[in-house]
Design a protein around this ligand. Structure first.
Ligand code: AMP
Ligand code: GLY
Length: 422
């Protein structure tokens, strides 16, 4: 089978690594890919958001499955354009990708599905929003309704913070049009976990759970990031919780999406708060998490490709996924300054030495090929150092030994990935 993978980050490196292990694969291309992916796939210079370019390439090259890594091409209609061209695509239609694109839409679907989530209200008017938070009191959560690159959420400990967030989002428009309206939510307490389920529009197959580390600094301090590390499985997320999330969240949400005429295919990323009264939904994403995907792929024993194809074709019946009992973790190595401005172009040495450590896999995220062929840093999150071992402590030691084998003074990482489980 000929496959086109869309994206070029650490998540896509992990997906490419699994896909090339499939005996069904004849050829893999990645658009745009990265130097890590280029070691085993053809990287083509088409942007992940260039929908006509991607579909045109797929047609000309007889691609039999398009796999979307990030959400942007999905919200722009990649799956719809593939459907028109008669090419199966792993990932939802633009209409179903609204589960990531709009927080208010997601809350409506959750309520209609009867799924456990925080009480909420949506406001187009900052005055009404402020009145509401004064009535509800703090702590309270203020969210820009639209996509704000993961930065549109303020968990306000005080009323002043909540009111400042409303002013920033709705009046100063710090996230642009995404702040035309806000969603104000009850603040849920507990540990967070991300759970993933493959969906075909009707059925869902549970994958595994992982725990991300969103803050940039050790001990969960500093600004939010795209994720500084992840591990799987998180011990706080039990098998009973998984079953509860499948029956109370994933299955009813699939039914509700189908009822609305936009059935969900692809991977549903369920962001959960594990509260004292059980798991409750924080948010959905319509793609794998990054870096959660890297941790998941290191534990997946089954062939990924037929499962992706079955989801894309709308028939997951008979698909079951087998997971290694060995835990995995991934430590993100970022360029100094991340999540703010970073320096690009610095060479990264020691990659082979790091990859030679038993149990370790180096995933490229924000790297590029320098003029002399050397791998250089070219983004915020630059590498993901994955490791797996019979126990989490050993996996963590291996991952940090690999980090220490790198020769890149401009990089930094959190030193406490998986601290909640150790
Ligand atoms: P989101 O972009 O919706 O995932 O929110 C980003 C982060 O804000 C989440 O990972 C949580 O840590 C936090 N958060 C969002 N909604 C709530 C809520 N209702 N209660 C508590 N924390 C929340
Ligand atoms: N690591 C969080 C995300 O992918 O959204």
């Amino acid at each position: 089978m000929k496959v086109l993978l869309v994206g070029g980050g650490g998540r896509e490196h992990a997906l490419a690594w699994k896909i090339v292990q499939s005996p069904l694969l004849t050829q893999l291309w990645c658009a745009p890919g990265n130097p890590g992916i280029a070691e085993f796939a053809g990287c083509v210079a088409i942007g992940a958001e260039d929908i006509p370019g991607l579909v045109g390439f797929a047609r000309e090259n007889g691609v039999e499955l398009v796999v979307a890594g990030p959400e942007a091409p999905l919200t722009l209609g990649l799956a719809d354009a593939c459907a028109e061209a008669g090419i199966p695509c792993f990932g939802p239609s633009a209409a179903a990708a609204m589960l990531e694109g709009s927080k208010a839409f997601t809350k409506e679907v959750l309520d209609a599905a009867g799924a456990p989530t925080a009480a909420w209200r949506r406001f187009d008017d900052p005055v009404a929003a402020r009145d509401y938070v004064r009535v509800r009191g703090a702590p309270i959560v203020v969210k820009a309704d639209g996509l704000a690159a993961g930065k549109g959420v303020v968990v306000a400990a005080t009323l002043e913070e909540a009111e400042a967030a409303i002013a920033d989002i709705m009046e100063s428009r710090v996230h642009g049009a995404a702040g035309a309206s806000v969603v104000i939510e009850e603040c849920m307490m507990g540990e967070e976990a991300s759970f993933f389920a493959l969906c075909d529009g009707v059925r869902a197959v549970p994958m595994a759970a992982a725990q991300d580390h969103k803050r940039v600094g050790d001990g969960d301090t500093g600004p939010n990031t795209g994720g500084m590390g992840a591990y799987s499985p998180p011990p706080a997320f039990t098998d009973a919780m998984r079953d509860e999330v499948m029956t109370r969240v994933v299955e009813p949400v699939l039914a509700e999406m189908a009822r609305r005429g936009s059935p969900f295919r692809g991977v549903l990323f369920v962001g959960l708060m594990l509260t004292a009264t059980g798991p409750r939904v924080i948010e959905f994403n319509v793609r794998f998490g990054d870096p959660e995907c890297q941790a998941l792929m290191m534990r997946l024993k089954s062939d990924l490709l037929p499962a992706l194809l079955a989801s894309a074709r709308g028939d997951l019946s008979g698909v079951e996924l087998e997971w290694s009992a060995d835990p995995s973790l991934v430590v993100v190595v970022a360029a100094r300054g991340y999540p703010g401005a970073v320096t690009k172009g610095e060479p990264i040495g020691g990659l082979e030495k790091a990859a030679a450590i038993p149990g370790v896999r180096v995933f490229h995220a924000g790297t590029a090929q320098g003029a002399d062929g050397a791998v250089v840093a070219s983004g915020g999150r630059v590498l993901g150092i994955g490791a797996t071992a019979p126990d989490l402590r050993t996996a963590r030691e291996a991952a940090y030994a690999a980090v220490d084998a790198l020769d890149w003074p401009g990089g930094f990482c959190r030193r406490d990935i998986a601290h909640r489980a150790l």
